[in-house]
Design a protein around this ligand. Sequence first.
Ligand SMILES: Cc1cc2nc3c(=O)[nH]c(=O)nc-3n(C[C@H](O)[C@H](O)[C@H](O)COP(=O)(O)OP(=O)(O)OC[C@H]3O[C@@H](n4cnc5c(N)ncnc54)[C@H](O)[C@@H]3O)c2cc1C
Length: 362
Amino acid sequence: MSISQKNQYDVVVAGTGAAGTSAALEAAQHGASVLLLEKGRHTGGSSNYTEGLFAVDSYLQKEQGIKVSATDVLREEVDYSKYRADSRIWRKYLDDSANTVQWLKDQGVKYEGVQAMGAGEATWHIYEGMGQGVLHDALQPQAKKLGVELLSSTTVTELLKNDDGAISGLTIKDEATGNTADVKAGAVVLATGGYLNNPEMMKSLTHYDTSRLIPVSSGKGTGDGLRLAWKIGAKKYGTGMAMLFGGYLKDPDEPSFKYMASQMETAAGQQPLLWLNEHGERFVDEAVVYNFSYAGNALYTQNKVFSILIRASLIRWLRTATSWAWVSMSGVAKRWSSSRRSWMMLLQPINRLSSRLIQLMI
Ligand SMILES: Cc1cc2nc3c(=O)[nH]c(=O)nc-3n(C[C@H](O)[C@H](O)[C@H](O)COP(=O)(O)OP(=O)(O)OC[C@H]3O[C@@H](n4cnc5c(N)ncnc54)[C@H](O)[C@@H]3O)c2cc1C
């Protein structure tokens, strides 16, 4: 899309994920003129892949008879983070969360219900049609109806300040032509996502060995908003965290966006199989897999992790429906038949069951 003809807006929003699109829509609902910008050709960012949102005390939880105390959640957060979590931000987030569920419903979002992750509380409000549906069937159409101007393939490259040091606008670049333009703005919202896809920032801001990580995201989280804000004097604070997302099979023959949907990945990485480190030792109760971020943390404590997948497990899952994520026998069989993969090893039969050893990467 080409750069806007208009050069002044009440609000300019960078990023069309859940944060940016919601901000743009809310601003328009309050009567502001709004420009919403997206550097990619497609809108929605990583928010397209979300399954549901966190909330306490929502109308859906009340309907399902679920009671979760906001104060208990807050206490858990500060305990878990050893008081690194900002309790005022958390309190506001918790107190607004039920209204957010309702606000999304009012914009046309439909929910499947509320569920728990692992042994946690039932706070995950699952959307119908995932984040993709939320953004493309509800929020974006509503925003456009209210006159929000949306430009894709348009990157925010600079924040502009006036003589008083206040932000007065921004510079944008049309990715198709390379043309740039300055736009004046009463307020600028930076909603450009994280920096998982920026190897330099991952290296300098986190302690993770990035050769062990597989970025599962839109690929566009390159930390633009942080860098733009830092450049004009914003304080550097709170960086350094990545949420590890369970165990993945690092298959050099496939692009990373395919890993998540792979049946072998689901079988080996997302079921409570036997996990061993390179010394053949167990290091965790594998039931941790039911909470994938905890599982990611546990896997990362070891240099290497092998997941022992035997035919009997597959057959049991299929017969008794004990697999918590759907595993298709034919999907696994395709990989099963290929023994030349670097991440898969055939073991000698154990108790007459042929087994495969699959290396999980994280
Ligand atoms: C597979 C997966 C599943 C997930 N599931 C859940 C879930 O169920 N529940 C949950 O709460 N969270 C979930 N998350 C996390 C969630 O996706 C993110 O926390 C959330 O999407 C962040 O939203 P955002 O709007 O801040 O950023 P994003 O959705 O990443 O959007 C940022 C947008 O800004 C654009 N952008 C970047 N730089 C610029 C620039 N300079 N100019 C213009 N545009 C720019 C990007 O292209 C992108 O479209 C999941 C994440 C993944 C990857």
